[in-house]
Design a protein around this ligand. Structure first.
Ligand code: ADP
Ligand code: ASP
Ligand code: MG
Length: 403
């Protein structure tokens, strides 16, 4: 009997009617003679609301308690969905992450899954039940509840699909699949029938929140085909697989507003300074993205770099401290920046892509503050206010829209 893992995102279980509709789809899948394991996210904006409450109480909520709070969101969905399945006469049982021993490391709010004990799930599947598992959560080696980072239910689904050797892994969401740009920002964005893991990895890491980055990494490593589909219709969606349909020069445009730019001004230009700055930042567990060092003038340079906007509060005191130690003049920072990127595995074989991107932004009068490139993507840091215009014009420039 085929085993299917289905994951339903928060918007798909945002209210009672939606939960009932999801239950009907699950029942149909089970009736066709499949074993079904379902992963669900917290309803609607529950996770955001919980986080706002936490930050209303304190600017620095303890991460262990944040996880304790956030994990309750998914518990609402699993119980209500399982009740809805029961009322349709479809036998089902719900489990939290800890109940099925989704064992993680102890990195609260961004824990990594180490193993899953599938015994209990298999036992219930054998009894003919649909098994509903809470996404986004696990239990650490120290027996504390952990969460897997925003969007982490995608990763729960892929991890379960791998551990259970599922025949397919379906990700149901509020759009019809993976598009050439966020379909909520670019109305002419086109749905892709297939996309390669590598392209999806780039889109996810550059801001397209439709799939959590880690879930795609996991799917690529274990060769799990992902089928991203709408939960509100029967449209065919997008397959995320080893190879896309073709290798167009660009497959998508993406953006990330969660960025901050920091400049350490007038840094003495001598060997070992960059090492001193960035090893100190690494010690604080902060990821640095782009780095630029200006030309040396009278033995002094400016060092600019970007980090996630959410890390700025944590990073600034440490960076000011380093600046003082290395006798730099000062530190400037801004959260009003964003990153726009173009992604495509075919980029390498089409010369002039970067020039076209820069000219397009120039034509729009958008200033580029930083650039970074790889074989498969080009990213530019620009002013946050210009993101929509930048994404739409790049999407048009590279002919990605529906004709
Ligand atoms: P879920 O709650 O189902 O996990 P998310 O909100 O995490 O859904 O992700 C879906 C959202 O991702 C869409 O509503 C869409 O606005 C956004 N998105 C951003 N980039 C893309 C893209 N390239 N293709 C599809 N959706 C995208
Ligand atoms: N509820 C969590 C979040 O909002 C996990 C998820 O939706 O995948 O990030
Ligand atoms: Mg999501």
């Amino acid at each position: 009997m085929p085993l299917i893992v289905q994951k339903y995102g928060g918007s798909s279980v945002a209210d009672v009617e939606k939960i009932k509709s999801v239950a009907r789809r699950i029942k149909r899948t089970a009736k066709k003679g499949n074993k079904v394991v379902v992963v669900v996210s917290a309803p609607g904006d529950t996770t955001d609301r919980f986080l706002s409450s936490a930050y209303e109480i304190t600017a620095h909520p303890p991460e262990r308690e944040v996880d304790m709070l956030l994990a309750t969101g998914e518990q609402i969905s699993i119980s209500l969905l399982t009740m809805a399945l029961h009322s349709l006469g479809c036998p089902a049982i719900s489990f939290t992450g800890p109940q099925v021993r989704i064992l993680t490391d102890t990195a609260h709010t961004k824990a990594r899954i180490l193993s899953i004990d599938t015994e209990r799930i298999k036992k219930e599947l054998k009894k003919g039940k649909v098994v509903v598992v809470a996404g986004f959560q696990g239990i650490s080696r120290e027996e504390d509840i952990t969460t897997l980072g925003r969007g982490g239910s995608d990763t729960t689904a892929v991890a379960l699909a791998t551990s259970l050797k599922a025949d397919s892994c379906e990700i149901y969401t509020d759009v019809e699949g993976i598009y050439t740009a966020d379909p909520r920002m670019v109305l002419s964005a086109k749905r892709l029938k297939r996309i390669s893991y590598d392209e999806m990895l780039e889109l996810s890491s550059l801001g397209a929140k439709v799939m959590q980055l880690r879930s795609v990494e996991l799917a690529k490593r274990y060769n799990v085909k992902l089928h991203v589909r709408p939960s509100f219709s029967n449209k065919e969606g997008t397959m995320i697989v080893k190879k896309g349909l073709e290798a167009p020069e660009i497959c998508g445009v993406t953006y990330d507003k969660n960025q901050a730019k920091i400049t350490i001004q007038s840094v003495p230009d001598r060997p070992g300074i960059a090492a001193a700055i960035f090893s100190e930042i690494a010690k604080k567990n902060i990821n640095v993205d782009m780095i630029i060092q200006s030309a040396s003038l009278k033995g002094l340079t400016d060092v600019s770099f970007t980090i996630a906007g959410a890390d700025l509060g944590k990073a600034l005191p440490a960076i000011k401290e380093i600046a003082k130690r290395i006798k730099a003049k000062g530190v400037a920072s801004s959260k009003e920046v964003a990153k726009v990127s173009i992604v495509g595995v075919g980029m390498g074989s089409h010369p002039g892509v970067a020039a076209r991107m820069f000219s397009c932004l120039a034509k729009e009068g958008i200033n580029i503050e930083m650039i970074s490139t790889s074989e498969i993507k080009i990213s530019c840091v620009i002013g946050e206010k210009e993101v929509k215009r930048a994404v739409r014009s790049l999407h048009k420039e590279f002919g990605l829209g529906r004709s």
